[in-house]
Design a protein around this ligand. Structure first.
Ligand SMILES: Nc1ncnc2c1ncn2[C@@H]1O[C@H](COP(=O)(O)OP(=O)(O)OP(=O)(O)O)[C@@H](O)[C@H]1O
Ligand SMILES: [Mg+2]
Length: 455
């Protein structure tokens, strides 16, 4: 496992997220600690518990964004889930343990993909042989192992020699992609599992697993014949062979190990499971969800279809706006399990200017690219950008502070007319300056009622 240093992690996060230095630092350290623990001697290793984090901050300041980017960075199995999922109306208490199962599924796929990559070469070789067999079916006698006494030995050798050279010629053509367009009859195997839906109050997932396991081997593997171009046939067969070459026991073992040792779960919207329970209503009790979460965060064993998974060393990063509640409203046991708290700052004009322009996926870059497809070169003057940021700040102050999300609504409104007219414009260049921004948005921004609805 290659470890990025905390500095490198922050550097990567900086490409997408402006400011929020404390939060970036905290997650960087947490991620690095996973790597450090891997390198500690075994007896101590088990003692080192992950330092779970709570990110606290108003809406739209980058909490979810940090987790998304972190997911891409860490090579560990990483699952992001909304804590509120477990309380949703109409969803009778989604089994909290299911997140461990999901994480394991994820790890299995990850390891499987890596293993498939490793056997790719071998699989391709076998696929090549299979395609050659299709093009030049091995002769019957050979397959049935006819007694050599029946035909003069010399003749057999000669025949085989001819076949081999033809085969080699075909192989050469195949490798040079000269046969790519030819169509062959392809037989693919697929296991047919009938779709069974089972409804039961709780433990739905568990049922699902068992049914698949029970019947998985019962239903026959179905072979399907179809026509395919050789180039495609090679692809399909390579994949099939790769699946066959992979040692699933090894994959399972590795995946579970990875989940247990370096898995990360991002619990978004944790504040939604905090607070007083409503006296009635179909919501699953929030405190109940916290109690369900506790053993998993504290460390317990969860049964998955791949085996038992211990959760002791899984890192949890929780995040929430905590408007009407505080982390201290969490049940005490859970508070202790999230020792690190970081606060994210609310964003102002300066940050908005940078968010508009700097990140790799910055909004302005996005709109420019979109307009470019219409042959329109869109330019933003600095004063124009500053004006957008200014208006976003004002609207956030006057109505509701939705952080950087405000930029999305404002930009959309600002470019509304251009977006509509772009294909028909004569001019192929358009510059957006402060004047244009004011012209489009000022009246809206000034009128509090209007901006509540439109911006
Ligand atoms: N600091 C930031 N730098 C760059 N972009 C940001 C930043 N903060 C927010 N954004 C952008 O604003 C949008 C919303 O951010 P995000 O989803 O991270 O909010 P959040 O903090 O999770 O809010 P909530 O509490 O409502 O879930 C995203 O599109 C994100 O790219
Ligand atoms: Mg969020």
């Amino acid at each position: 496992m290659k470890g990025l240093t905390p500095k490198e992690i922050v550097f990567e996060l900086n490409k997408y997220i402006i400011g929020q230095h404390d939060a970036k630092r905290a997650v960087a350290i947490a991620l690095r600690n996973r790597w450090r623990r891997q390198n500690v001697s075994d007896d101590l290793k088990d003692e080192i518990a992950p330092k779970n984090i709570i990110m606290i901050g108003p809406t739209g300041v980058g909490k979810t964004e940090i987790s998304r980017r972190l997911a891409n960075l860490s090579q560990s199995p990483f699952l992001k889930i909304e804590a509120s999922k477990f309380t949703e109306v109409g969803y009778v208490g989604r089994d909290v343990e299911s997140m461990i199962r999901d994480l394991t599924d994820l790890a299995i796929n990850q390891v499987k993909a890596e293993e498939a990559e490793k056997v790719q070469h071998k699989a391709k070789e076998i696929a090549e042989e299979r395609v050659l067999d299709l093009l030049l079916p091995p002769r019957k006698e050979e397959r049935n192992k006819v007694e050599p006494t029946e035909t003069p030995l010399e003749l057999v050798n000669k025949e085989q020699g001819k076949e081999n050279t033809t085969r080699e010629k075909l192989r050469k053509l195949l490798r040079e992609h000269k046969l790519d367009e030819r169509v062959v009859d392809l037989e693919t195997t697929q296991r047919t599992i009938p779709i069974v839906e089972i409804f039961s109050g709780s433990g739905m997932e568990e049922m699902d697993i068992n049914v698949k396991d029970m019947f998985g081997n019962l239903f026959p593997k179905k072979t399907r014949k179809r026509k395919a171009k050789i180039s495609e046939a090679i692809e399909i067969m390579t994949q099939e062979e790769a699946q066959r070459l992979i040692d699933m026991d090894k994959v399972t073992k590795q995946a579970i190990e990875r989940v247990e040792q370096s898995g990360i779960i991002f619990l978004d919207e944790i504040d939604k499971i905090v607070g007083k329970d409503t006296a009635h209503g179909p919501d699953v009790s929030r405190e109940g969800v916290q109690r369900d979460l506790l053993p998993i965060v504290e460390g317990s064993t969860v049964t998955t279809k791949y085996g038992m998974v211990k959760t002791d060393h899984i890192l949890f990063v929780a995040s929430g706006a905590f408007y009407s509640s505080k982390p201290s409203d969490l049940i005490p046991e859970l508070q202790g399990r999230f020792p690190i708290r970081v606060e994210l700052e609310s964003l102002g004009k300066e940050e908005f200017i940078r968010i508009l322009t700097e990140p790799k996926n910055a909004l302005i870059k996005q709109y420019k690219a979109l307009m470019e497809t219409e042959g329109l070169e869109l330019m933003f003057k600095d004063d124009g950008i500053a004006e957008i940021a200014e208006i976003a700040t004002i609207v956030n102050e006057r109505t509701e502070n939705i952080g950087a999300r405000r930029l999305h609504t404002i930009m959309e409104k600002l470019l509304d007319e251009l977006s509509f007219d772009a294909p028909d414009l004569e001019k192929k260049k358009f510059t957006i300056d402060a004047l244009y921004v004011r012209e489009k948005l000022e009246s809206l921004a000034k009128d509090e009622d209007l901006s509540r609805y439109i911006l």
